[in-house]
Design a protein around this ligand. Structure first.
Ligand SMILES: C[S@@+](CC[C@H](N)C(=O)[O-])C[C@H]1O[C@@H](n2cnc3c(N)ncnc32)[C@H](O)[C@@H]1O
Length: 225
């Protein structure tokens, strides 16, 4: 059964500190080669007309825009606990048709139960920012929320292979978001947690070396029955 959302309301905002949220877009663009990996993420997701896609930790709406560039007719749904980021997302995507739908709140299956079950869920640059328990909870909730036969896509700082990527990750992301939450990603825990949540056919699709560490796109499936 899906679990209730934790009562603790603390979370790390998009750019590490609430005051920096308006600068998030600029920061992510310049420090992660964003356009390259985000477009590849959407390419791998292969959105189709009318398909329901849920974006967990939708932030300032960058993925909503990237998906709309490739396939404007998807039904995009986003959830994020941060009001400021969601306000920015709504304003940036106001002209899209059909309009993306955003909800302010912590993600759980019950929080999005009023929406249709998504064929695809994407969790982008969220899991590196949350504690180990919350990573596992978000993945379990994603499994419960996803339609049977659906796909999960993660784009995030994954395993940091090699001295240079480990050093860049330590000097940037780990300074901003702390070592405790980020280290399990750097140690390659994401595929392990995905398997424990019930996902199958877990595949690393692509890895991008960026000035802030390596970002990996991972795909996984939920069986039809
Ligand atoms: C680095 S931003 C990424 C935003 C967006 N996904 C993107 O690709 O640009 C991380 C986002 O995760 C959200 N977040 C943090 N903790 C969360 C949680 N426990 N559940 C869902 N979202 C969370 C933050 O509010 C923030 O907007």
């Amino acid at each position: 059964m899906p679990e209730p959302t934790p009562t603790a309301r603390a979370y790390t905002p998009a750019a590490g500190y609430h005051v920096l949220t308006p600068l998030y877009d600029l920061g992510v663009a310049f420090t992660t080669r964003e356009r390259v990996w985000r477009d590849r993420l959407v390419h791998h997701m292969a959105p189709t007309e009318g398909e329901v896609i849920l974006d967990v930790g939708s932030g300032t709406g960058n993925l909503a825009l990237a998906i709309a560039r490739l396939c404007p007719s998807v039904r995009y749904l986003g959830i994020d606990p941060d009001e400021t980021a969601t306000r920015i997302a709504r304003s940036k995507t106001a002209r899209l048709v059909p309009p993306p739908e955003f909800l302010v709140g912590f993600f759980s299956a019950s929080a999005v139960a009023h929406w249709p079950a998504p064929a695809k869920i994407v969790i982008c640059l969220v899991l590196h920012q949350v504690g180990l328990e919350e990573k596992a909870r978000l993945l379990r909730e994603a499994w419960h929320t996803l339609a049977p036969g659906g796909k999960l896509y993660i784009a995030d700082y994954g395993e940091q292979r090699g001295r240079i990527m480990r050093l860049l990750f330590r000097l940037t992301i780990q300074q901003l978001d702390g070592v405790q939450d980020t280290q399990p990603n750097a140690d390659g825990m994401l595929p392990v947690l995905m398997r424990e949540a019930g996902f199958q056919d877990i595949r690393e699709l692509e890895t991008f070396r960026t000035p802030t560490g390596a970002i990996t796109i991972i795909e996984a499936g939920k069986p039809r029955i």
